[in-house]
Design a protein around this ligand. Structure first.
Ligand SMILES: Nc1ncnc2c1ncn2[C@@H]1O[C@H](COP(=O)(O)OP(=O)(O)O)[C@@H](O)[C@H]1O
Ligand SMILES: [Mg+2]
Length: 169
């Protein structure tokens, strides 16, 4: 249904950050990203690298306790970084003031805990520990996401140089 478009091995933290920069460089005007994987898989590392590449200069805190952090972007739009690991039930989301939020970029860790109150993903990124590195898989859920995954293959050197584009045409 939502085939994996891109899959690759990320040998170290820097490799995760390179992917984050490639995602930022190819980002569509509006995008929702769901980041999946166990604690320590590298979800925040990837989100932080994207936000940095988008020009966020101050501290980028993990929203572990605040659940959401908001970042103004240079073009006047807004990026949101959510981490719902500590949410007790999806109803708590109502208190975050996200209703009517029109962010250009949503980066959501533990989106599965937010249920239907969250926007669905354009791209889902799954990170998984593999020895000392991580495996990453990108899946597209919308046409925007599918085009984004295609663009990533062009922008992300390791992807361009190897046969990681699994999706059709
Ligand atoms: N590809 C990778 N290989 C090895 N370590 C990584 C990789 N990507 C990230 N890390 C490391 O994993 C640790 C946990 O990352 P973090 O982003 O906080 O995980 P999460 O948000 O998924 O809980 C960090 O110390 C980070 O440097
Ligand atoms: Mg995290």
């Amino acid at each position: 249904m939502n085939p994996v478009e891109v899959a690759h091995f990320l040998p170290d933290t820097e490799a995760t950050e390179v992917l984050g920069r490639a995602l930022a460089a190819t980002r569509p005007a509006r995008a929702v990203v769901h980041l999946q994987g166990d604690l320590g898989a590298g979800k925040s590392t990837l989100a932080r690298a994207m936000l940095r590449a988008l020009g966020v200069t101050g501290a980028i805190r993990s929203p572990t306790y605040t659940l959401v952090e908001r970042y103004p972007l240079a073009d006047g739009s807004e990026a949101l970084h959510l981490d719902l690991y500590r949410i007790a039930d999806a109803g708590e989301l109502e208190f975050l003031g996200l209703d009517g939020t029109d962010a250009a970029l949503w980066l959501i860790e533990w989106a599965e805990r937010g249920g239907a109150l969250l926007p669905g993903p354009d791209v889902q990124i799954v990170l998984e520990l593999d020895q000392s590195g991580r495996n990453v898989e990108l899946s597209a859920f919308t046409e925007t996401g599918r085009l984004w995954c295609k663009a990533i293959v062009q922008e992300w050197p390791v992807a361009r140089d190897s046969s990681v584009h699994l999706g059709g045409s």
